[in-house]
Write a protein of this length. Structure first.
Length: 297
């Protein structure tokens, strides 16, 4: 007998609306939890998606561990009369729906149980839904999810909830002024690069944090490379030019340029964030994290 996995339109649309607002407001991923309940026929339904306090970025989400523990407790009480498991879900905004290395590491954190579920979606409403069996042997399988109906309107409540619970993570990026960092550490993105409105990286995007600009650049050139619109030589040249710009602006970050064969092996299974090297900036932060006049260059 085949096991079916379903999600009602209300639950699916709630996940998608969380994803839409997180991208609209922060250009970031977002994550949360939901339950998967077994019915009398042995089929499973995904229900009640929620979000909680978290740090979000263009390539990752970090759920608040205390709130996650509280969620587990409340869900166990609410669904104690049914057979259910937890499902971790998150969005990939404009990227494809796939399992990155970070995603699989997070999935492994649920290995204490007998089996668990994971869902990744993107703004095109593409998805991957994975069933992970942990005992008696470890098996992972991506299966079809029956989405019954869909809607696209975003309720105001969803926008308010995302803005209240999500804290934009802009890792180690500071405002650039005369080759100095006026601040080092986490920042409110609305205050970043206010003095750098003619940024040569993305001239039409005047106040977007450098990390997000670089992330989008990598996402674009990787997509063009996969589609055959760029040769590896063209790709290499663009990356080198971007690294020169990043170095000139003393950002402390650079794009990792892999040899062609190594890049081909990793391209489909890595997120753009995994190609961003912040070693130089991390070293600077370790040396003098709170010196407002520290010169990374």
């Amino acid at each position: 007998m085949n096991i079916e996995f379903t999600i009602q339109d209300k639950a699916w649309n709630k996940v998608m609306n969380y994803a839409r607002v997180a991208y609209k407001e922060f250009k970031s991923e977002i994550g949360g939890m939901m339950v998967v309940i077994e019915d009398k026929n042995g089929d499973w339904e995904l229900k009640d998606p929620v979000i909680m306090k978290q740090r979000i970025s263009a390539s990752n989400t970090h759920l608040d561990q205390e709130e996650l523990a509280a969620y587990y407790t409340k869900a166990a009480m609410k669904y104690k009369k049914v057979n259910f498991r937890f499902c971790w879900w998150h969005s990939h905004h404009t990227m494809g729906a796939f399992w990155s290395g970070t995603d699989t590491n997070t999935i492994d954190e649920f290995s204490d149980g007998d089996f668990s579920f994971a869902l990744v979606v993107n703004l095109k409403e593409e998805y991957k839904f994975r069933v992970s069996v942990w005992k008696p042997i470890e098996v992972h399988e991506d299966v079809e999810l029956d989405i019954l109906t869909k809607e696209v309107n975003v309720p105001k409540k969803i926008e308010d909830e995302v803005n209240e619970l999500c804290n934009k993570e802009v890792g180690y990026i500071g405002t650039h002024n005369s080759n100095n960092y006026s601040h080092l550490g986490y920042h409110n993105q609305s205050n970043l690069f206010d003095d750098n409105l003619n940024n040569p990286l993305y001239p039409k995007v005047t106040k977007e944090p450098i990390y997000s600009q670089v992330y989008r650049f990598i996402d674009k050139v990787h997509g063009n490379l996969i589609a055959g619109e760029l040769t590896y030589g063209d790709y290499s040249r663009k990356v080198k030019e971007m690294n020169v710009d990043l170095d000139t602006q003393c950002t402390g970050i650079k794009i990792i340029l892999l040899p062609e064969k190594k890049l081909e092996k990793q391209l489909m299974f890595s997120t753009p964030g995994e190609f961003i090297d912040e070693t130089e900036l991390d070293d600077a932060l370790d040396a003098d994290a709170w010196n407002s006049s520290f010169n990374v260059c």
